[in-house]
Design a binder for this molecule. Structure first.
Ligand code: PEP
Ligand code: MG
Length: 508
């Protein structure tokens, strides 16, 4: 799982770039000391290329800015100075770009992000100078690009290829990567967990709206997504009248950019807004203001409706530099326990959510915690959330331990709602790995999993607290009908899957 950007589904073999720098320039080295004139020509050639690919490119401003750097006389002077001190061409170029990059890093934020582009850019100039080929051999068939990061340079190269989707290890909501991915209109998942295990040619199925990634998906998963998800199919399906649908159908979102897609798809609100994209790839947690900015965009799109926001849920494999790891055993370093070990991060997020809710009182904001393990954690979260001014506070049921009747009954006295995360719950009940190919969506209908889900829904109803389902299984019509029969209050699915789901469960 990662953070989805844009919308849509992509299914194709993986093409793995070991790292972004390698993808942009082989930097095979320049021996000897080419005359400064050759270096100037190389700088201008790469600048011309950038100007050309900037035409009608969604990141034109970034590409033009990079080409302006290449043409900056100060850059050439710095290279000259390195050469005068005895450096070879490659060291001179790298040194000059590095000193530019350091200046940008000092400027922080947006500029610091651009500094990484400069490192890639210097490799491209060195390739040009050495006559090396700067583009990797992209496949002739459709492929999902698997890369450390998506930079404007890489995106401009991809234009000429058969890329159908992008999966990256790094990236954040405010990063240019995310903006580029949206602009390129390619289904993209950023900050993906376990990306290192993907090999060239592995079949990848990614769902950009929910951030789900399947490596070597089962035939069932491919059918489920491809039948329901393609935008043309979704548009053709008429969305049933909400009165004919027995439960609320809500959307799973990874960013406020997906709000219009969700509304168009007929979502009656948001059942899971994953906040990870705000944090992934960052050195520091997002500020309260940056979060308010994002949350208000989300709330503005659903006035008069329910929006369930989940506080940060970072996975084990993706530690963030500003989060102290916490816990032990199979649930170590996941979910709420990590946030409780880093209370300032949680506090800021809760305050930002409460502040955003004040701007949009007509939107019903519900806030929940992920991977909650017991009643003690529940109490700590509920207390903090209420103290921050949040009115509707709940937790996710994702591990079997919290669904034990004794614990669940205590939890239900504290919370306003429950949301079942079937992706995690299924893997933990069955002892499987959700990212592998051995956990098909239908596993949720294993009797051991269904009995946990049933117990949670029954207990929730007895306590008068709504229980929703927000894992991928909610969008599978067969499972969805089972959940409805059990008395679930809402189903939350990727926007692209909503029309098909609504039609399948419509009573009309
Ligand atoms: C889940 O586990 O079902 C869920 C919705 O959370 P995530 O997929 O983000 O882990
Ligand atoms: Mg989960």
């Amino acid at each position: 799982m990662g953070a989805g950007v844009g919308s849509g589904i992509a299914t194709a073999p993986a093409f793995v770039l070991p790292n972004v720098h390698q993808s942009l320039g082989l930097a095979s080295g320049v021996t000897g000391r080419p005359r400064i004139h050759s270096i100037e020509v190389a700088l201008n050639t790469v600048a011309d290329e950038l100007d050309k690919s900037a035409q009608a490119h969604e990141s034109a401003d970034v590409l033009f800015a990079l080409s302006a750097i290449l043409r900056d006389p100060v850059l050439l002077e710095t290279i000259k100075a390195f050469l005068a001190e005895g450096s070879g061409a490659e060291r001179g170029i790298r040194g000059a770009f590095n000193s530019f990059a350091r200046k940008l890093e000092k400027a922080g934020g947006y500029f610091a992000e651009r500094s990484q582009d400069l490192t890639a850019l210097s490799a491209r100039v060195i390739d040009e100078l050495s006559g090396a080929k700067s583009d990797p051999d992209f496949p002739d068939e459709p492929f999902v690009l698997v890369a450390a990061e998506l930079s404007p340079l890489l995106a401009s190269t991809l234009k000429k290829t058969k890329v159908v989707g992008i999966l990256t290890e790094r990236g954040s909501a405010t990063s240019h990567s995310a903006i580029i991915a949206r602009g390129a209109n390619l289904p993209t998942v950023m900050g993906a967990v376990g990306i290192q295990n993907i090999l060239n040619g592995d079949l990848i199925l990614l769902d950009a709206t929910s951030g789900q990634v399947f490596i070597a998906p089962t035939a069932e998963e491919i059918r489920h997504y491809s039948e329901a998800a393609y935008p043309s199919t979704s548009i053709m399906l008429t969305i049933p009248d909400p009165d004919d649908i027995p439960v609320k159908i809500l959307a799973n979102l990874g960013s406020s950019f997906e709000v219009p897609t969700a509304v168009r798809a007929g979502a009656q609100g948001v059942g899971l807004y994953r906040t990870e994209l705000l944090y992934l790839g960052e050195e520091n947690p997002p500020t309260k203001d940056a979060q308010i900015f994002e949350y208000t965009k989300l709330l503005a799109g659903f006035q008069g409706k329910r929006v369930v926001v989940r506080v940060l849920d970072i996975d084990v494999d993706k530690p963030l530099p500003f989060l102290r790891p916490a816990g032990q055993g199979r649930y170590a370093n996941r979910g709420l326990q990590v946030l409780l070990a880093n209370p300032a991060v949680l506090q800021t997020q809760l305050e930002a959510l409460a502040a955003a809710a004040e701007y949009y009182p007509a939107t019903e904001l519900w806030v929940m915690a992920p991977m909650v393990l017991d009643e003690k954690e529940t109490k700590a979260f509920v207390n903090m959330a209420r103290a921050a001014g949040l009115a509707n506070v709940g937790i996710m049921i994702e591990v079997p331990e919290i669904a034990k009747p004794r614990i669940l009954n205590k939890v239900l006295k504290m919370v306003d709602f429950l949301s079942i995360g079937t992706n995690d719950l299924t893997q933990y009940v069955l002892g499987k790995n959700r990212y592998g190919s051995t956990m098909p969506l239908s596993d949720v209908r294993n009797h051991r999993v269904l009995s946990v889900i049933d117990a949670v829904i029954t207990a929730g109803r007895a306590a008068g607290k709504p229980v929703g389902i927000c894992g991928e299984a909610a969008s599978d019509p067969v499972s969805a009908k089972v959940f409805i029969a059990m008395g679930v209050d809402s189903l939350s699915a990727s926007p692209s899957l909503i029309p098909a789901l609504a039609s399948a469960i419509s009573l009309a």
